[in-house]
Design a protein around this ligand. Structure first.
Ligand SMILES: NC(=O)c1ccc[n+]([C@@H]2O[C@H](COP(=O)([O-])OP(=O)(O)OC[C@H]3O[C@@H](n4cnc5c(N)ncnc54)[C@H](O)[C@@H]3O)[C@@H](O)[C@H]2O)c1
Length: 297
């Protein structure tokens, strides 16, 4: 099947990025939000991102002023679910809450045409569980993008035991059309990236708890010794310690393995409200955001 019209549910951090890359790839995009003010915020973010791209030369991924206008013209926001009726694929990026997600799927099920594919951008909720909120399990996949969506090249394409082959291949090819590199994976919590990344981040915390090294030294060791763009504590603060803590619960619940369990220090930081960059404090203190200083923990 050919995808021409894309629907995006949610215009937050991820939804706005997904809408932008779809419009940049030439698709007509309709973004659904609960209130106009969230659309305004999301579209302001898109405008800023397109503005930056318009300042770059084409050989460095830049766009012309005319392309910017064309991309804008392909994007529209709505608070009326009926405007999604003719979409060929609907990508859900609403808040990470099972009840909210199921509610919105049940609502669009009766509105969006029967052949359309439903996709979820969830990081931790089971795609199989979300699929049960619809009457089209064979037309349901996960499309897991990474933040910031316009810059990150990866999309994990997730199949369940019920996903039809042609639907899966259409979703995979769609990922390529967005100029992303799609990887194939199945509906196991964490997919590929978080399955490997989360135990590594938790091990870094355990190593610190056991006195293997200081926060800065462990960060520097992994950066300079492994060529990683940032060390584990810098990355943890960037992702958000509350988000990481939440994910450890979902993954531990799924696998019942210690490597997915939260170390005590992570729990203490979250209880104290030290969530990382977004709260100004985590493993580092961001009083001067350009010069983070490691906290004594
Ligand atoms: N933030 C990340 O780094 C990241 C990365 C990959 C995947 N994800 C996943 O993407 C999804 C969205 O995350 P986010 O960070 O963009 O969250 P966000 O809070 O920035 O955005 C969520 C948006 O959904 C809207 N929304 C809520 N209920 C809605 C409804 N019924 N209809 C339409 N819109 C509704 C909210 O108003 C909000 O604007 C989550 O499932 C999350 O797990 C997040």
């Amino acid at each position: 099947m050919e995808i021409k019209k894309v629907g995006v549910l949610g215009c937050g951090l991820m939804g706005s990025g997904i809408a932008q890359v779809c419009a940049m790839a030439g698709f007509d995009v309709t973004v659904l939000e609960v209130e106009q003010k969230f659309l305004d915020k999301g579209f302001a973010g898109i405008e800023k991102s397109l503005g930056k791209l318009a300042e770059r030369p084409p050989e460095k991924g830049g766009i012309t002023a005319q392309q910017k206008n064309e991309i804008r013209a392909r994007l529209r926001g709505t608070t009326d679910v009926h405007n999604l009726a003719h979409c060929d694929i609907v990508i859900e990026a609403v808040i990470e809450n099972i009840a909210e997600k199921k509610k919105i799927y049940a609502l669009i099920e009766g509105v969006v045409k029967k052949q359309a594919i439903f996709a979820s951008n969830t990081s931790s909720i089971s795609i199989t569980e979300l699929m049960t909120a619809t009457k089209r399990p064979e037309r349901f996949v996960g499309l897991h993008f990474f933040n910031p969506v316009p810059l990150m090249k990866l999309v994990e394409v997730v199949r369940t035991i019920a996903t039809a082959d042609d639907v899966y291949e259409t979703a995979y090819e769609f990922g390529k059309k967005l100029s992303k590199v799609p990887v194939r994976t199945s509906d196991k919590t964490g997919f590929v990236v978080n399955r490997l990344l989360v135990p590594y981040l938790l091990d870094a915390i355990r190593a610190y708890e056991e006195g293997v090294g200081s926060i800065e030294d462990i960060d520097n060791a992994m950066k300079l010794g492994c060529g990683y763009p940032m060390g584990p504590f810098t990355l943890l603060d960037f992702v958000g310690l509350d988000t990481t803590y939440y994910i450890t619960h979902v993954m531990y619940d799924e696998f019942k393995e210690r490597r997915f369990a939260s170390p005590p220090l992570l729990k203490r930081l979250v209880m104290a409200g030290w969530y990382g960059r977004k709260s100004g404090k985590g493993f580092y203190d961001y009083s001067d955001p350009n010069k983070p200083v490691a906290n004594k923990l």
